[in-house]
Ligand binder design. Structure first.
Ligand code: COA
Length: 185
């Protein structure tokens, strides 16, 4: 706003272009050996793997072996993608025989993507596809009671905490409890 000499008020409308970054779309795609470099980002990070059943990877060849022997033949091993960037992975492991009515959900994100709602969105996508993809009626997840973020992402997606399973598993040399969460079709 400017005042001219005759004290007439002249208003200049200034339009500032607002360059808002387009929200990147999240998707779940099949994880392939092309994603090993991204995989190394989270799989070598002790803070990320502390709650996992596996130890941090220490070499690329270890990861290549895992992709050849596990990922390639897995029926539901997904890359969590933000746009075209692979930021984590998600698995559904279907039970066998009498347990074939259900699948266990697992998920992990590279640390720099934590706390932005991405795991919550990715689990929502898994819920949309997982039941039909695997022909199951129950999804379950086992969570360390100290892993608060993991409990939150399940609860925000409507998973129900069914029980505390005491001395349920030996993880990284220690006896651990687990919460069991479920989501029914
Ligand atoms: C668990 C994990 C997947 C969460 O991913 P994320 O993208 O950060 O999750 P989101 O941002 O969608 O949601 C996290 C929620 O937990 C909350 N949270 C995280 N850590 C927390 C803590 N220590 N105390 C309280 N709340 C916490 C966040 O505030 C958020 O809740 P809000 O949306 O109500 O604020 C991610 O931290 C991860 O990959 N961890 C390592 C692997 C792992 O533990 N996998 C699960 C094994 S069961």
């Amino acid at each position: 706003m400017f005042l001219n000499t005759s004290t007439e008020v002249v208003v200049h409308e200034v339009s500032t272009p607002i360059l808002k970054k387009q929200e990147e779309k999240m998707s779940l795609r099949t994880l392939t050996s092309e994603n090993i470099d991204d995989f190394m980002d989270w799989a070598t990070d002790d803070e990320v793997t502390q709650y996992m059943m596996w130890d941090s990877y220490t070499s690329r060849s270890e990861a290549e072996h895992f992709f050849e022997n596990v990922v390639a033949g897995h029926p539901w091993f997904k890359a969590i993608c933000l746009g075209d960037k692979v930021i984590g992975s998600m698995t559904l492991d279907k039970g066998k025989g009498a347990h074939s009515c259900k699948a266990e959900l697992g998920y992990v994100l590279a640390k720099k993507y934590w706390g932005k709602g991405y795991a919550t969105q990715a689990i929502k996508l898994a819920l949309e596809a997982g039941f039909d993809d695997l022909d199951v009626v129950r999804l379950e997840a086992y969570v360390d009671p100290t892993n608060i973020g993991s409990q939150r992402v399940l609860e925000k997606n409507g998973f129900i905490r069914e029980a505390l399973l005491k001395n349920f598993i030996i993880q990284k040399g220690g006896l651990k409890d687990r919460y069991i969460y479920s989501f029914l079709k």
